[in-house]
Design a protein around this ligand. Structure first.
Ligand code: HEC
Length: 150
């Protein structure tokens, strides 16, 4: 029994050396957003969908860190508000649609994130604010090209 505990402790110490670390790469073209929607996205989404992740202490301790880092990297791959300005107009419109869909279906924020981040849970009015923001943004997207030609 004692041997097993020592072996386990040694293993946990050793895996700390594996160089998988949380990182916040520079933002290339962050979404400019203020007001309610900005506050909601920052609070509930930016940890996994931006390069401004607030890494919790357990994101530095393997093996939990691997799981947390994996979620963040996968989240950033799908949608990264730090690179928002690099999206084509079409991709941005699609992202806006998906954002509304995911929050209305309560698939985002990722349910496994909520027990450790209860403040990220969205209220009905948060969801309504995100929908209003997304609708307004889609409006902008379709008007922009016309304005350029004027
Ligand atoms: C704990 C991490 C985490 C948080 C917090 C989080 N997401 Fe995600 N999100 C992911 C991961 C991982 C994926 C990709 C896998 C999947 O779709 O489940 C994803 C996928 C998505 C997608 C799908 C993109 C695509 O290309 O299909 C959208 C849209 C999205 N998230 C929006 C949001 C919004 C909006 C919030 C905040 C209300 C949010 N997410 C919060 C981790 C997160």
């Amino acid at each position: 029994m004692k041997k097993a505990i020592l072996a386990m402790a040694a293993l946990i110490l050793m895996i700390q050396l594996i160089p998988i670390r949380p990182s916040n790469p520079p933002e290339r073209s962050p979404l400019a957003i203020t007001g309610d929607a900005g506050e909601i996205l920052t609070r509930s989404c930016f940890d996994c969908h931006s390069n401004k992740t607030r890494w919790p202490w357990y994101s530095r301790i393997a093996p939990v860190s691997w799981w947390v880092i994996d979620h963040v990297e996968e989240g950033r791959e799908h949608l990264n508000f730090s690179d928002w300005g690099l999206l084509s107009e079409e991709d941005r419109a699609e992202a806006l649609e998906e954002i509304v869909e995911e929050v209305e279906e309560r698939e985002m924020p990722l349910p496994s994130y909520l027990p450790m981040h209860p403040e990220a849970e969205l209220s009905a009015s948060d969801i309504a604010a995100l929908r209003a923001w997304a609708t307004e943004q889609s409006g902008h997207a379709t008007h922009e090209p016309e304005e350029h030609h004027e």
